[in-house]
Design a protein around this ligand. Structure first.
Ligand code: GLP
Length: 243
């Protein structure tokens, strides 16, 4: 794991965007693995700015997103499809039909997951996968469990995740209890991985991810085994680690 320590969220976002920009410049038809949550928002803002400045062209890019809430349509402002459209896709020149997010409206979980795996098979592995880190160590929506799930699956969100994500919803009851997520096997198949972590509230879980044993109880710890994984984290998030 390569750890890149930065001062604050703004520096984190600029660094992460520069790495993604370099990927797209070097390989215009890259497959970008994208994440939602507050951690990558600044990175997407920077990418939009680079696009507006004429420094980036997304016309040949394909994107695959990590996850989606089960039961939410892409038109729902809380859905991850909506998040991606409004934070990135609608602000750059990526063809909409080259952006993939699991279909939250498919009520049949096995059908939804099989269909997403079929798409991921078609796009091939992400050239670079961006990840945030959940407070319980989840990546995508791979929650702590007794084993690592390889491919796309339906998960029951943990109480901690529901609590953490309720800030985006009007009422706690509105937070979906299940989600479809890319599996750990698919994430680990990405050629490069870029994890963005910010804030004191992530310090203890980030320490476990970097220094703890590799265990499905801390899903992000599997990244210790990835050959090309960079973690960009601010001083607060790295405050429990001596570098
Ligand atoms: C969500 C997403 C994850 C994300 C995580 C952290 O539950 N499914 O992909 O990484 O939360 O979110 P945040 O960046 O807002 O802390």
């Amino acid at each position: 794991m390569h750890i890149c320590k930065v001062k604050n969220y703004q520096e984190l976002s600029r660094k992460a965007a520069n790495i993604i920009a370099a990927q797209v410049i070097l390989k215009p038809d890259s497959v970008l693995g994208l994440a939602t949550g507050s951690s990558p928002v600044g990175t997407y803002e920077q990418l939009v700015q680079m696009y507006e400045n004429g420094d980036l062209d997304f016309s040949q890019v394909t994107t695959v997103n990590l996850d989606e809430y089960k039961g939410l349509a892409g038109t729902d402002p809380q859905s991850y499809r909506y998040f991606m459209n409004s934070n990135l896709f609608h602000k750059i020149n990526i063809p909409h039909d080259r952006t993939f997010v699991p279909d939250g409206t498919e009520a049949d979980s096995s059908a939804a997951c099989a269909e997403y795996d079929r798409k991921l098979q078609e796009t091939g592995p992400a050239d670079i996968q961006i990840l945030g880190l959940g407070h319980d160590g989840h990546i995508g929506f791979n929650e702590p469990a007794d084993h690592f799930e390889v491919s796309t699956h339906c998960v029951d969100l943990t109480e901690q995740t529901i609590q953490a994500n309720k800030r985006f919803f009007e009422k706690e009851e509105d937070v979906p209890r299940q989600a479809y997520t890319m599996g750990i096997g698919t994430i680990m198949n990405s050629r490069k991985i870029l994890v963005v972590v910010s804030g004191k509230d992530k310090a203890s879980i980030l320490k476990s991810v970097i220094e703890g044993p590799v265990t499905p109880h801390v899903p992000g710890s599997i990244l210790q085994f990835h050959q090309d994984c960079t973690i960009i984290a601010d001083e607060d998030a790295l405050s429990e680690i001596n570098l």
